[in-house]
Design a protein around this ligand. Structure first.
Ligand SMILES: [Zn+2]
Length: 311
């Protein structure tokens, strides 16, 4: 793991404040979270903490980052191997180290994007934890983080940083937005603001929580394994994916999402929506093979609407 940077309050209240862990770079092709973590380090160098402790890990999986890939050089996706293994492969060892940081923390924020291949609608997610107190704190974290959509999903998913947090009883959220190659400064700004808001809400950083401008939509997805972004519709052929829709579009079952063109045969494979709802994830990299994820839909009619009183 890339060395983390830790900030501690020097005041008398230092030992009494909570310890927050901010993770970025679990996926090596997601650069805006890494930039946001670096901006946060810069901010915390210039501003003393009121209380508590903040640990920032800008690049949680260096081998993935160095090769600009989602997976490490051992081919493993770090977000599928938590809590890792002390004597495992490189990605498993990194996950094991990060697991140790999670176990020692009181709160976790894990920052992501769609990487170079996918584009995502802005949302914060958390597990529907069996502990009501943890659920409440996660909801508050997601609220002050400030992204438009808040998605509570099945708590039984394994292998994630949030699975480690769940097992350690640490309130945790993750954040997703953007992706698709390039670099979006708006994502960096939104993530820096979100992290600072969580730290202000906890009283670690001075100042009021910055007002949330966006009206937030809260949903609870009760489906088993919900939130697993690997379980998306995959491409029917190898070739070129040409989307007909954008992230955020609302679709009906059977609507055309896009077309995969098979180059050698000149054959086109239309890709139709398999649900009613909102596209929250869409393939951005045009080149696809038969295992490439193409799109994900939030079936909004099947979700339970959440509000702050629905815990
Ligand atoms: Zn990611």
């Amino acid at each position: 793991m890339d060395p983390y940077t830790r900030f501690e309050s020097t005041g008398l209240a230092a030992s009494k404040g909570p310890a927050v862990l901010i993770l970025a770079g679990i996926h090596g092709d997601e650069c805006e979270p890494i930039a946001a973590a670096l901006e946060l380090i810069k901010y915390l160098r210039a501003n003393d903490l009121n209380k508590g402790q903040v640990t920032v890990v800008p690049v949680a999986n260096p081998s993935a980052f160095k090769s600009s890939r989602r997976e490490g050089t051992d081919g493993l996706d770090m977000a599928r191997v938590f809590p890792g293994r002390a004597n495992g492969s490189e990605t498993e060892r990194q996950a094991h180290e990060v697991h140790g940081l999670i176990a020692a923390a009181d709160y976790l924020v894990d920052l992501h994007t769609g990487g170079t291949a996918m584009r995502l609608a802005p949302f914060s997610g958390f597990f529907w934890h069996t502990d009501v107190g943890i659920r409440e704190r996660q909801m508050e974290m997601a609220r002050v983080f400030g992204l438009k959509r808040i998605w509570a999903t099945d708590a039984r998913v394994e292998g994630r940083s949030l699975s480690s947090a769940r097992d350690c009883g640490v309130p945790a959220i993750y954040a997703e937005m953007g992706g698709g190659g390039g670099f979006d400064p708006d994502t960096v700004a939104a993530y820096l603001k979100g992290c600072l808001n969580v730290l202000r809400w906890l009283g670690i950083v001075a100042g009021e929580v910055e007002e949330i401008q966006t009206k937030q939509d809260w949903i609870r997805d009760e489906a088993p394994e919900s939130g697993d972004l690997d379980r998306l519709e995959v491409s029917p052929a190898e070739g070129l994916f040409v989307p007909s829709k954008r992230v955020g579009d609302v679709v009906e079952t059977g609507d055309l999402i896009g077309t995969v063109w098979e180059i050698e045969t000149r054959r086109e494979y239309p890709v139709f929506s398999n649900a009613v709802g909102q596209i929250f994830m869409l393939r951005a990299r045009a080149l696809v093979d038969r295992n490439s994820r193409l799109y994900g839909i939030w079936p909004l009619d099947k979700f339970v609407k959440l509000d702050r009183g629905s815990i």
